[in-house]
Ligand binder design. Structure first.
Ligand code: PEP
Ligand code: MG
Length: 438
């Protein structure tokens, strides 16, 4: 993806992994064009009756999802003087803060340039794909004992810590919310024979054993499977390692910049029951407090949760007792409220528009009547129990103007969106505040 000028996929949708990652990088992406007939073996595909071969040229429009034959001339967007003026006006009027979803210092810096006031979501899993990291991560996954897993996690810890240090440096004291490991582990395992062999050699296991371990991770419905906080419940050592990395990074950066306000926000994903949060939070707090005491530091930190499972919204009064903050993960909340797969819904949504069941993609524009009602319910239940609760949104809707307006109306503290959508979120937040005054 890093090497690509644009990304076009047959499967997926607005909030599937490819689209989310591409949006973060600012790379044009059309995800989920099911009309493409792909022939991978012969390096060609057919679309609209035409066959395309390796080296052929096409143009794609990530906003409309349109695909064009040949190259369409484009110009790079520039930020002219008037842009800054309008943005300054917008900032004067808006009440909502605007944060960004960023996992790398480069993306975070871009977002800061565009006016982001913090990171609302750092998806830590994206840090595991870098050079040298994926090997250690695979060693962790293909472990049979806690000791084996901890040994692999020890290798990952310094890398993750230095990533977080770079993020804190890039944010210069603005808040950073770090979300603990979320995707199912099978997303990381090797598929190529050579990589499987490499892993087997490293682990001192046979290729067959590694293949059997990889097979055992297969799930029929992975988005509802072994992911999110369920990983931390099963393997608390992963949450321990991530906590150490966050706390050590924060303490180091705080030491280097005593005037910056460094207070880590640790976010636990996919909570559906208060007891899940209690179990994972206990691991985080025990680890963090030990790190802070050992370093003689006075670092403060918060543990909060994503609200992305309908049951979490329905029981938000219980969850608010343990959470310092809520952040609505409306990608998953939409998926689980409608029961539509965020990776597969693209296939049938077109028929929904034609039948006038939907006017727009609920993964792009928030369904205020249903998903929005759950959000409002969570706020109404959570705030009275914990008046200090701060609340944001980090699903893709955080960068959609009508959804931002809704977030303003229901009293969120901030929206968080990919770096290049920060200006539109700032403008939409100001428009919502002005509309309210009228
Ligand atoms: C979400 O579910 O809205 C979210 C932000 O998390 P992710 O997209 O990583 O599942
Ligand atoms: Mg999610």
């Amino acid at each position: 993806m890093k090497a690509s000028q644009g990304i076009l996929t047959v499967r997926g949708g607005m909030t599937s992994h490819a689209a989310v990652v591409a949006r973060g990088m600012g790379t044009c992406c059309v995800s989920g064009c099911s009309e493409i007939n792909m022939d991978e073996a012969n390096k060609k595909f057919t679309l609209a009756g035409k066959e395309y071969h390796e080296g052929d040229e096409i143009s794609i429009d990530g906003s409309t999802g349109k695909i064009y034959d040949g190259i369409i001339p484009t110009v790079d967007a520039t930020i002219a003087g008037e842009f800054g003026r309008i943005m300054a006006w917008a900032d004067k009027y808006r009440r909502l803060k605007v944060r960004t979803n960023a996992d790398t210092p480069k993306d975070a810096k871009k977002a800061r340039e565009l006016g982001a006031e913090g990171i609302g979501l750092c998806r830590t899993e994206h840090m595991f794909f870098g050079d040298g990291r994926i090997d250690a991560f695979r060693e962790m996954i293909c472990s049979e004992t806690v000791e084996e897993r901890e040994e692999a996690l020890e290798k990952i810890l310094p890398m993750q810590q230095s990533d977080f240090e770079a993020l804190y440096e890039a944010l210069e004291g603005y808040p950073v919310t770090i979300r603990f490991l979320d995707p199912p582990l099978h997303e990381f395992v090797p598929t190529e024979e050579a990589d499987i062999k490499k892993l087997a050699d490293k682990k001192g296991k046979t290729v067959e054993t590694i293949k059997a371990m990889i097979d055992s991770l297969h799930e029929f419905n992975p988005m509802m499977g072994h992911r999110g906080c369920r990983l931390a419940v099963t393997y608390p050592e992963i949450a321990k390692m991530q906590t150490k990395a966050v706390i050590r990074a924060a303490m180091n950066v705080k030491k280097a910049h005593p005037d910056w306000n460094i207070e880590p926000e640790i976010m636990i994903p996919l909570i559906g029951d208060i007891k899940e949060l209690k179990v994972v939070k206990a691991v985080v707090v025990e680890t963090a407090d030990a790190e802070i005491a050992a370093a003689g530091s006075d670092l403060k930190y918060e543990v909060g949760t994503m609200i992305e499972i309908p049951r979490a919204a329905l029981t938000a009064d219980e969850i608010a007792k343990e959470a310092a903050f809520f952040c609505f993960g409306t990608n998953d909340l939409t998926q689980m409220t409608f029961g539509f797969s965020r990776d597969d819904a693209g296939k049938f949504l077109e028929a929904y528009y034609e039948s006038k069941i939907f006017e727009s993609d609920p993964f792009a524009r928030l369904d205020q009547n249903g998903v929005g009602k759950l959000m409002k319910m969570a706020i109404d239940l959570g705030k009275p129990v914990n008046p200090n609760l701060h609340i944001g949104i980090c699903g893709e809707h955080g960068g959609d103007p009508t959804s931002v307006e809704f977030c303003h109306k229901i009293g969120l503290d901030y929206v968080s969106c990919s770096p290049f959508r920060v200006p539109i979120a700032r403008l939409a937040a100001a428009q919502a505040a002005i509309a309210e005054q009228k």
